[in-house]
Design a protein around this ligand. Structure first.
Ligand SMILES: Cc1cc2nc3c(=O)[nH]c(=O)nc-3n(C[C@H](O)[C@H](O)[C@H](O)COP(=O)(O)OP(=O)(O)OC[C@H]3O[C@@H](n4cnc5c(N)ncnc54)[C@H](O)[C@@H]3O)c2cc1C
Length: 417
């Protein structure tokens, strides 16, 4: 088949790779001058099967109410005159019901395990290097209350196959000595030893190179204007490059445009529940002679993650549902480096921090849309929210299976199945 993949983030490029391996003729289109230059650029770097509990959970409404007035809170709704946002909020409220949270956690764990295995497989097969570390993820709790509140979710992931070891303070610091100065504040931790970390941007760039060698065509600096609908089918995609507009046709189209998928899909009558959840990261060099963490850390009190990438630490977190604006709010940026200073005092060269913001393509349930849409020839691989890097390889592999009429080897609620 001739297939056009719309978007060259981690989801578009992994889709292109697996589709090309099935012998399809694949073209990838993106408005940037390279791949992974938007949300896949500087994320938290975690391959985190163990972060499968969705934002929407029974504890979320109370937490959100408490955070409402704090400008540096981990999750912030800034209500706008945008009914898509209000509808998203209502759907989010529904996903906070215990049965929905349980279902979503199991689905995300299944997809996470499948995807992590796909990533490991790709890395070995293609010799990809992207500052990866296989030291697991340490979920650190600063209060017994927070640890006990998280325990059922973590136990559920364990029940469904995610290895998880509960550690006391001494065991936590023994595993990650860089936390020594912070140890007085640690109540306990959960370590997921098979989770990983690594640079999503470097990974995607290398995979795109392998795609190009395998015959995939990349058309950069090209804006996707609209899908051309004909009755119940998609017949083409209108693009603009260097001031010229053109319609390209194919046998199938894959939408992998991150949070911008929503605009394109609404214009052809679909109503995906995807809304941008803005997050920030700081990439900070380690001072000479200092030791920073090598185990990736999730700080549950502040909802901030810390991943070692070569000679730097990537600190990421915060979520702001406030539209598509990417402007850096320095208050929220500095909340990241301030917290890093509490965990690893004197270790990072904060004066050289590189701040970044990105828009997670968030769905109310945290479940992505993968599979066949109700419009002929149109497939989706989008809406991966907080876990697009974790689910990148597996989602691409599963989509290629579905497009070749094979059943993916994972229990997940794919579209159209
Ligand atoms: C602060 C932060 C921390 C995160 N940490 C983690 C983490 O630790 N682990 C994890 O698993 N996930 C994490 N994520 C989530 C992850 O980064 C995303 O889910 C993932 O990058 C989404 O990839 P994507 O390919 O769907 O979207 P994108 O990477 O945004 O790709 C979409 C592409 O579409 C292109 N595009 C959009 N519109 C058009 C158009 N009209 N015409 C042409 N091209 C267009 C864009 O240029 C872009 O390249 C984090 C996200 C953020 C913001």
């Amino acid at each position: 088949m001739k297939i056009i993949v719309l978007g060259a983030g981690i989801l578009g490029v992994s889709s292109a790779w697996y589709l090309s391996q099935d012998g399809h003729e694949v073209t990838v289109i993106d408005r940037q001058d390279g791949c992974a230059l938007e949300t896949s650029f500087a994320n938290g770097a975690q391959i985190s099967v163990s972060y499968a509990e969705p934002w929407a959970n029974p504890g979320a409404p109370l937490k959100l109410a408490k955070w409402l007035l704090r400008d540096d809170s981990p999750l912030l709704f800034r209500w706008r005159a945008d009914w898509h946002q209000w509808l998203w909020g209502l759907q989010f409220a529904r996903e906070c019901l215990p049965a929905r949270t349980r279902f979503n956690t199991i689905q995300l764990t299944n997809l996470g395990l499948y995807s992590r295995a796909a990533l490991i497989d790709l890395r070995a097969k293609l010799a990809l290097e992207y500052d990866q570390l296989e030291r697991g993820i340490l979920h650190v709790f600063t209060s017994d209350k927070e640890l006990e509140a998280s325990r059922p979710g973590l136990e559920l992931m364990r029940e469904f196959g995610c290895t998880m070891n509960f550690l006391d303070r001494a065991q936590t610091v023994a595993l990650e000595p860089a936390l020594n100065a912070f140890s007085g504040q640690i109540a306990g931790a959960a370590h997921a030893p098979e989770d990983e970390s690594g640079d999503a941007f470097k990974f995607t760039q290398q995979l795109a190179l392998r795609c190009a060698r395998a015959g995939v065509t990349f058309r950069y600096d090209t804006t996707i204007k609209r899908l051309v609908k004909n009755g119940g089918d998609i017949d083409g995609v209108e693009i603009e490059h260097a001031g010229q507009t053109q319609v390209l046709s194919a046998d199938a189209y894959v939408v992998a445009l991150g949070c911008w998928s929503a605009h394109l899909l609404r214009a052809v009558g679909m109503s995906p529940a995807i809304y941008p959840a803005k997050g920030y990261s700081a990439t900070v060099p380690i001072k000479p002679g200092q030791n920073a963490n090598t185990v990736s850390i999730t700080d549950h009190q502040m909802k901030i993650v810390f991943s070692r990438l070569g000679d730097s630490v990537r600190i990421a977190g915060t979520a702001e549902l406030s539209g598509y604006d990417l402007k850096l709010n320095m208050l929220r940026c500095q909340a990241l480096t301030r917290r890093a200073e509490e965990l690893f005092p004197g270790v990072l060269d904060n004066a050289r921090a590189q701040y970044w913001s990105g828009l997670r393509p968030a769905t109310p349930s945290n479940l992505p849309y993968i599979g066949k849409s109700r419009l002929g020839r149109l497939w989706l691989n989008t809406g991966h929210g907080t876990l697009g890097w974790t689910h990148g390889a597996g989602s691409g592999r599963a989509l290629a299976d579905l497009m070749s009429q094979r059943k993916p080897d994972v229990d997940f609620a794919f579209m159209g199945s």
